[in-house]
Design a protein around this ligand. Sequence first.
Ligand code: NAD
Length: 298
Amino acid sequence: MKIGFIGLGNMGAPMARNLLKHGHALQVFDLSAAACGALADAGAAVCASPKAAAADAELVFTMLPAAAHVRGVLAGEQGVLAGIAHGVTIVDSSTIDPASAQEFARLAQANGNAFVDAPVSGGTGGAAAGTLTFMVGASEALFASVSPALGAMGKNIVRCGDTGMGQVAKICNNLLLGITMAGVAEAMSLGATLGIDPKVLAGIVNTSTGRCWSSDTYNPYPGIVETAPASRGYTGGFGADLMLKDLGLAAEAARTAKQPIFLGALAHQLYQALSASGRGGLDFSAIISLYERHGAQS
Ligand code: NAD
C-alpha cells in the first residue's frame, strides 16, 4: 500500500519504519530535514510538503505534537487536503483534544475524505517494537479499513467509538495516570519521611490495595523498580511536559463538558510546577521531586 506519513519525531519515525518493514511504500514529510533523511535511508520517499506526501497515497498518517500542528498540516495551502485523492482516509495518531478531532473529521468529509483519530499508548519503546495500543475513533467500516495498517505498528487495536472517542480514551487514561503517579510519589515520600524502608513500603503497597501501574511497574522512588526511569535519573520514558499537555487536554475537555475533575486539576498544577522548575524534560515520575525532603535526585 502507498502511505503518506507526516511527523517523523520520537514516535512517528519508528512507526513509519514499521510500515516500511511490513512492505508498504512510504511518502514522508517532516519540517526536520534530519528526520526526513533518516527515513530516506530506511527506504521512504521524502516529499517537499504534506500535500506532496498525500498525493497518490492510499492512506495518510499524521503524528504531530498538538492540534495546531495537525490543523496546519491538514488544511494549509500545502496541506494534506490540498493533495489527497477523493475517498482516501487520514489517520491522526497525535494526542489532541476530542473536539479538534471531530472538527478535522468534518473538514476531511467536506473534502471527500474520511478522518480517523487513533492516538497511541506504549511510548517510544512500543513504537519501535511495533507493540503500540491504538485507541481508535471511527465507524466500524472505517475501523476495519484502517486496522491492517495499524496492525503493522501496534498489537492492540481497539475501536473506542465514533470520531473523537479514541482521544477521549487517551486523555482519560492519562488523566488517571497523572493522578496515580502523583499519589504514589506522595505516599512513598511520606513513608520515607516517617522512617520506613521505601522497598518494604513498595512491597506492601504492591501486594495491597494501593497497588497500581505507577507503584508496581513505574515506581517514582529511585531503586524500587530497576527498569523504571526513577532508577536512571528520570531519563527516557514519558516526558513530564507531555503529561502536562495531556492533563491540559483533559482540563479543557472537562471545562467544555462542565464536568468537574478535582484531582485532575490538582495534578495539572503539580506537573505545571514541575515544568516551571525546569524539569519538564524529565520523565513524569520526577513529580516525586516536588516532595523534596525525600524526593528524587534530579
Ligand atoms: P516529537 O516532538 O518527537 O515529534 C513531532 C514531529 O512533528 C517532529 O519531528 C516535528 O519536526 C514534526 N512537525 C511539527 N510540526 C510539523 C509540521 N507542521 N509539518 C511537518 N512536521 C512537523 O513528538 P512525539 O514524541 O513523536 O509525539 C507525537 C505525538 O504523539 C504527540 O501528540 C504526543 O503527545 C503523542 N504521544 C507521544 C508519546 C511519547 O512517548 N513520546 C506517547 C504517546 C503519544
